[in-house]
Design a binder for this molecule. Structure first.
Ligand code: NAD
Length: 260
């Protein structure tokens, strides 16, 4: 049997970081070599080594090895994750959302040096939703389009990265015309606008609805995630796919072999 794929998990103390850590520890072909947490994080002093494989660290040792760095640290940790991957020449898989334009540009720049895969959503169902939404938007270019998303009460960014990705797909399917509306818009609807609405409540894992409407009829395309592990599974599939690839920028559609 070949050696397991070594992963460094960035943002390892977070909800997604923990899910990645646990799933990877159950996969014989994967090994977490280190889980990077913030300096001073409570998990550094806890006896977590009895619960989870690998080790929590605030600073990755210079001789650490990784076939991929998996980042779910959000916009606050993303720069440090990207710097680390770039400095060590490690492939980067990131699911951090709420990234600024500067952060997205530096990720694309890094992809000329290392393989990078970024996805606002690692679910297969959402990849299929994006595909269906593009087709509907192309068939119905004049219909009003609104995107409604719901997430747990602790999510920081809004609209979600997935909602924005769906908006970009709709815009591209319609030839790039029109403007997005802010989430807190007021006043009447403009032609060609894509509107966003966000719900933050309880422990909702993630829901996205695209509503296309014309006088007298409407289409609603909805995806509901009920288990956070589905994103972790998708990210680990992406890490397996990206390990050993040459530099370049990829999305989840490349892993799944779907059209963009
Ligand atoms: P979270 O707040 O539970 O976890 C983020 C963790 O990163 C925290 O523990 C935080 O302390 C840590 N962190 C921040 N900066 C760091 C640094 N410099 N070094 C080390 N650790 C650092 O959030 P979450 O729910 O796990 O989500 C994380 C990110 O993933 C968010 O941007 C979220 O929107 C996104 N997300 C993406 C997908 C997807 O499929 N792409 C799915 C779920 C969540």
């Amino acid at each position: 049997m070949s050696d397991p794929i070594q992963l460094v998990v960035f943002g390892a103390a977070g909800r997604m970081g923990q899910a990645i850590f646990e799933l990877a520890s159950q996969s014989p072909d994967l090994e977490v070599s280190a889980g990077v947490v913030r300096p001073g994080s409570g998990v550094l002093s806890s006896s977590a080594e009895n619960l989870l494989p690998g080790a929590y660290v605030a600073h990755v040792p210079a001789d650490a090895k990784a076939d991929a760095l998996v980042d779910f640290s959000g916009p606050g940790g993303f720069d440090a994750a990207l710097d680390l991957a770039r400095a060590r020449g490690w492939p980067l898989v990131s699911g951090s959302t709420g990234l600024s334009q500067r952060q997205l540009s530096s990720m694309e720049d890094a992809a000329t040096h290392i393989p990078v895969l970024w996805a606002a959503n690692f679910s297969l169902g959402v990849a299929a939703l994006a595909h269906l939404v593009s087709q509907a938007a192309r068939l119905l270019p004049d219909w009003d389009c609104e995107i409604i998303e719901a997430h747990h009460r602790n999510k920081r960014d809004a609209p979600s990265g997935t909602a924005l990705m769906l908006g970009r797909r709709i815009r591209a399917a319609r030839g790039g015309t029109g403007a997005d509306s802010a989430i807190d818009r007021s006043g009447s609807r403009r032609d060609g606008e894509i509107g966003y609405a966000a719900i933050r409540a309880g422990d909702i894992v993630g829901e996205h609805e695209v509503r296309l409407a014309a006088p007298g009829e409407r289409i609603e395309l909805i995806h509901r995630a009920t288990d956070r592990n589905l994103f972790a599974r998708g990210a680990l599939t992406a890490a397996r796919w990206l390990a050993g690839k040459p530099p370049g920028f990829h999305g989840i559609a490349d892993v799944l072999g779907l059209d963009h």
